[in-house]
Design a protein around this ligand. Sequence first.
Ligand code: AQP
Length: 333
Amino acid sequence: ANRIFSGIQPTGNLHLGNYLGAIRNWVTLQDDFESIYCVVDLHAVTVPQDPAQLRNSTREVTASLIASGISPERSILFNQSRVPQHAQLAWIFNCVARLGWLNRMTQFKEKAGKNREQASVGLYSYPILMAADILTYKATHVPVGEDQKQHLELTRDIAQAFNSHYEVDCFPLPEPQIFGSATRVMSLRDGSSKMSKSDMSELSRINLTDDNDTIAAKIRKAKTDADALPSEAAGLAGRPEAENLVGIYAAMASMTVDDVLREFGGRGFGDFKPALAALAVDQLAPIGARMRELLENPDELDAILDDGAVRAEAIARPILAEVHEIVGFLGMP
Ligand code: AQP
């Protein structure tokens, strides 16, 4: 049977890229599939975190997911560190994956930057933990943004290597699900880098917690070129900022890019930006409001995560036991 798994880091405010690239799709999928959604705090500590801030962010991300429409009853929603099987399976996968595979990972190169010797070993093996997240549930489908595609390929390589080394058919080869017209939302200040929580510039991203005026101001100040919008998608080639804003509009309005350009082609950003701002405020304001309400009751959020962790572990425990048996460890974990 199909099973969905996806995760998100509690490393700060969620932004429009997380929402359109991932969360919105998670909400749709939970109606049709058994869905497991995880706040990946073990991944967060691959870079230094302040403990109080990490606790806060974990609750904030949980509140954002629920406010965006993830149902903690229909889906399983929990934080990663509560279910020990993730880290346990990651160790076994550390011994399956090859250094050469990890050396190809572009996200590590970007995040480690020039000071690679000082990056944590955890940051390097991040994709292995991600493989364990997915496979500890034998998930078959993983809805993610475009940036996670390479990590998903590594997950498939690990599953395949494990199965063939032990001559078993234990793990499925999970499929990435990258869909919608905003699989890679770019920075509002630079059409060539992705919208990201860690970008220094607040103006580069729209947060789910931004108030209406802030959303409108960020869109007004978004970098653009001076030309009018083209009347079809092909005309956006070589205009990354324009392409990004039109893509965001299309995703939020559930229209195709061509449909958006049929409406706005020939018009300048002076017309387009206010329309985009109105649409963004319309969609994001209720999410922000609901999130603030949920955060007034942190105990309730903790109880939701607790319940999710119990349900998640009930699935993960027998799968880890099966893996221990295959590998040849004595006794049941
Ligand atoms: N710009 C984006 N466009 C589309 N999808 C995106 N995702 C992230 N950025 C974009 C998707 O959001 C999900 C959760 O991401 P994550 O929390 O694991 O973190 P990330 O990819 O590390 O997000 P950031 O904002 O880029 O954080 P930092 O700055 O810390 O690296 C994933 O499915 C991801 O594809």
